[in-house]
Structure formats: C-alpha cells, structure tokens
Design a protein around this ligand. Structure first.
Ligand SMILES: [Zn+2]
Length: 77
C-alpha cells in the first residue's frame, strides 16, 4: 500500500504538502492534488529536503501526524 508523499504545490516551494504518489513513481513532477485540496503541478520533495516545520497545517489535519502503518486499511483507492 502506498503511503502519501511529501510534495510542493508549484510554484510555492516553501510549504510542503502531502499527496498520493503519481502512478509513475519515477516522475519528479506531476499533475495532481494535495491532501488539503490544492490541484495543480506537484513536485516531489525528497527525503533530505522534507521539513516537518514547513508542513502545511491543513495536510497534517487531513492525513494525520503519523505515517500510515503497514496493514492500515485506508479503504478502496
Ligand atoms: Zn496542504
């Protein structure tokens, strides 16, 4: 099961959002929507760049502060 990934909602590369990863997981940018409902071009934020302090508050509320545990049932996708 895929966890959410951290993304920037372009052109804002300050606030980091959570989003469902792209179908092509080699894509660095893709058209999609964030957990807080922004639709547009998303850019993958890689591990070393992820900054919890810059996490979008609305996304934290939508997804929760802890990553989904393996085995959690997120329902049909
Ligand atoms: Zn957000």
């Amino acid at each position: 099961m895929d966890a959410v990934v951290r993304v920037w909602a372009l052109p804002d590369v300050d606030t980091q959002h959570d989003a469902i990863p792209p179908a092509d997981d080699t894509a660095k940018e893709w058209e999609g929507s964030t957990a807080c409902g922004i639709v547009g071009m998303l850019r993958w934020v890689h591990g070393e760049t992820v900054d919890r302090a810059k996490t979008c508050a609305a996304c934290v509320g939508a997804v929760g502060t802890a990553p989904p545990l393996e085995g959690d049932d997120l329902g049909p996708v």
